[in-house]
Ligand binder design. Sequence first.
Ligand SMILES: Cc1ncc(C[n+]2csc(CCOP(=O)(O)OP(=O)(O)O)c2C)c(N)n1
Ligand SMILES: [Mg+2]
Length: 337
Amino acid sequence: MTASTASTTHEQFLEDNRSLARSFYHDMLLYRSFEERVQFAYTQGKFSGFCHLHIGQEAVCVGVQAVLRATDYVISGYRSHTQAIAKGIPPEEVLAEMFGKTTGCCRGKGGSMHMFSSARRFFGGHGIVGGQAPLATGIAFKINYRHEDDIVVCYLGDAAMNQGQVMEAMNMAVIWNLPLLFVIENNRYGMGTDIKRTTSIERLCDRAAGFGMLAAQMDGMDVISTYQQTQAIAAQVREQKKPFLLEALTYRYRGHSVSDPGNYRTKKELEQYRRQDPIANLAAKLVSAGIMSAQEQQDLAATIKQQLQAAEQQADSAAGLPVAAIYEDIYTTKLGS
Ligand SMILES: Cc1ncc(C[n+]2csc(CCOP(=O)(O)OP(=O)(O)O)c2C)c(N)n1
Ligand SMILES: [Mg+2]
């Protein structure tokens, strides 16, 4: 597709989907502001431990999850605060979870890396790289077993694509015809290792051919094309009950975790990606399409700031978990749906 065809397509999309485009902008801005607030709270010592931010990767989360039904499942790695919010866990519950408060989505027992809500069908938040892939396969197997028509989205990092269990899960997903959409968030780095040093192929989605799985690559810095491509693919996964490997090309602006200064990459590279910023780019498009003025965008930013301030105050004042609660939630006698 040439650049001019792509922009015509985008113009048409904006013309036909004015309120959806506004919601994309709102959600991306919310997620970035949320993560900036999280980072600040971390530096203030409001919580400790690992904390991985999603700043720069918002278009993937928004574009992919806007396609899903409330009953679809999402499962992810540890960089998943915003994916949890996009799946319906309120920001105040995600924040309280990080702060170790009882009002958190896991009563403060999971923390930053382990967001979870079975009610919202967000199945984690997993710290073991690639550990979510076999679990996603199990959930998708259950969908077929019970003749349901939901799908599972399983997010993976680029480095997770070199984990053995991910390969096994992909093979099973194809063999069993599972309604499972693997989304690789290729941000080009593992903890700090350039993908070129660990991976012998250019396009990670090409691995799918080895399993007989369909695959595609998409521009994960562009929320509109991410949405459009995912919409078509998710419909196919749902209808045909066949897994799909979708690679989103994206970039994280911050270090791997809040304690990583990211010295392994150049300022020039960072600047190059900042010029593709998904939020700034959509902001400009909304203005030129007459969908949202610069003033409205500023007002929205102020409203979001206030909402997040209130969410943080709630999390601050909520109770922490009593030590005795450590013995709870270990065993269950009840099987969920
Ligand atoms: C099985 C396993 N091996 C190693 C680690 C240490 N580790 C944590 S994050 C990470 C890099 C993962 O990078 P990627 O999959 O690209 O995801 P990203 O952090 O870029 O979102 C590694 C090696 C781990 N948590 N689990
Ligand atoms: Mg990565």
